[in-house]
Design a protein around this ligand. Structure first.
Ligand code: MEV
Length: 445
């Protein structure tokens, strides 16, 4: 039997957690006992808590710890927040906190909800005459709405539900292809389950409708539902976050850069990210450093947020920076419109023990308030990154944080850490330089 064959298994999911670990360590690791101990060392001490975590996924064997941080001093629409962030990249939280603090004394962040509409689609294949379907669309719409009443009743009580249903003809691009595009209001939930349940119900109703309606000939009765699923592109579920102040209030910057000079360099850097997709991608990545960290900390779906944000950045046909900056009549204005389909009820938000704490830390916001907080953190993160880039460069702050990681990796003791931080204050940090420094110090003893 080949080596590879011994590494496949049937019935893995049926094994106990210890059984899964045993199979993994025996097949993939050189030191099975030590690895098994290590994996189990990350199990939650409280069995009930561990059971909750295991419920979020399948084939769980351990937990994957990530730092849980906070960025205090965020003044948003006149209210201060201490924002929870889950992220592994050195300096992201420090930068967010610095961005938050910078604007704390300059009026803080203003955030506005521009819309909260979500979208779903039923994609179907049909060989009938479109104008016939169009002519009875109002009938179909009534049938779709009444057929889904049981699913939508609760959401309607909360003020949401199905807003609008459109019938779209895509046969110019793909033969026999039509679409129902549906708009939803899902209130404080992200709404994925609700939307998908409604759409699957719509698919069934559509099929019944076309099969049974007298307007269609026999050879038009065959409709094939290809798929029914929400769209993560939500260009009408958008929040605007903004900071503004007179240019001279920006203060002075490293290297004796004046407020005006800084503002001009900053605005140019943002314009570059509007015109060049290479820069735009990194610029937006910086925004998502902050956004993803809060999205994760509050138990929301960061993949959905990222996917949507990037599509939105390219909505006019070219990928551009999400943020914009102007200097007009001596006033510096930096802002961003970003789609954020978030929830504060449902999903992991109340199930994950730490997500629940994050929402408590934020004062139990509703979905709209959370959108405003997260957009502001994204803008602060972007401000801090671009500010560093156009003044000192990014590596100074980044490598200071990275120094701690390298020292930990090399097993530095507390006194060695202190000496290293002092030594590298005015020197370039690299893995080799830190290792050489430590070896030098250790030789001295
Ligand atoms: C690093 O994670 C993010 C930055 O590259 C963002 C940017 O360049 O704007 C610093």
């Amino acid at each position: 039997m080949s080596q590879e064959k011994t590494k496949t298994i049937t019935g893995f999911s049926k094994l106990s957690k210890r059984g899964k670990i045993r199979w993994i360590v025996e097949n993939f690791f050189k030191d099975p006992e030590a690895v098994a101990r290590e994996l189990m060392s990350y199990w939650h001490g409280d069995e009930e808590q561990q059971r909750i975590l295991d419920g979020f996924s399948e084939n769980t064997i351990s937990n994957f710890p990530m730092p849980y941080s906070v960025a205090p001093n965020f003044l948003i629409n006149g209210k201060t927040y201490c924002v929870p962030m889950v992220i592994e990249e050195s300096s992201v939280v420090a930068a967010a906190a610095a961005g938050g603090k910078f604007w704390l004394t300059r009026g803080g962040f203003n955030a506005t909800i521009l819309g909260t509409t979500k979208v779903g689609q039923v994609h179907f294949s049909w060989k009938g005459a479109f104008r016939k379907l169009e002519s009875v669309f109002h009938e179909l719409e009534d049938r779709l709405r009444s057929g889904a009443k049981e699913i939508t009743a609760n959401m309607e009580k909360r003020g949401g539900g199905v807003l609008d249903i459109e019938l779209l003809d895509y046969t110019g691009l793909e033969s026999d292809y039509y679409q129902l595009r549906v708009k939803f209001e899902t209130c404080d939930s992200m709404g994925a389950n609700f939307i998908n349940s409604v759409l699957e119900n719509f698919g069934d109703t559509l099929q019944d409708f076309i099969e049974g309606h007298p307007i269609f000939d026999d050879d038009e009765r065959d409709v094939e539902i290809i798929m029914a699923i929400l769209s993560n592109f939500t260009p009408e579920c958008v929040v605007r976050a903004e900071v503004t102040c007179p240019v001279e209030q920006l203060g002075c910057f490293e290297g004796e850069t004046s407020a005006r000079h800084f503002a001009e360099r900053f605005a140019k850097a943002v314009r570059i990210a509007r015109i060049d997709p290479y820069r735009a991608t990194t610029h937006n990545k910086g925004i998502f450093n902050g956004i993803d960290a809060v999205v994760l900390a509050t138990g929301n779906d960061f993949r959905a947020i990222e996917a949507c944000g990037h599509t939105f950045s390219a909505k006019d046909g070219q990928y551009r920076s999400l943020s914009q900056c102007t200097i007009e009549n001596g006033v510096f204005r930096f802002w961003m419109d970003i789609p954020l389909a978030l929830g504060t009820v449902g999903g992991l938000t109340k199930l994950h023990p730490m997500a629940k704490r994050s929402l408590e830390l934020l004062g139990q916001p509703n979905a709209e308030e959370l959108m405003m907080v997260i957009a502001s953190v994204g803008l602060a993160q972007n401000f801090a990154a671009v500010k560093s880039l156009v003044t000192t460069g990014i590596q100074k702050g980044h490598m200071k944080m990275h120094l701690t990681n390298i020292l930990n990796h090399l097993g530095a003791k507390a006194n060695e850490m202190e000496e290293a931080v002092h030594y590298f204050e005015d020197k370039t940090v690299s893995f080799t330089a830190v290792r050489d420094f430590l070896e030098g110090q250790r030789r001295k003893v």
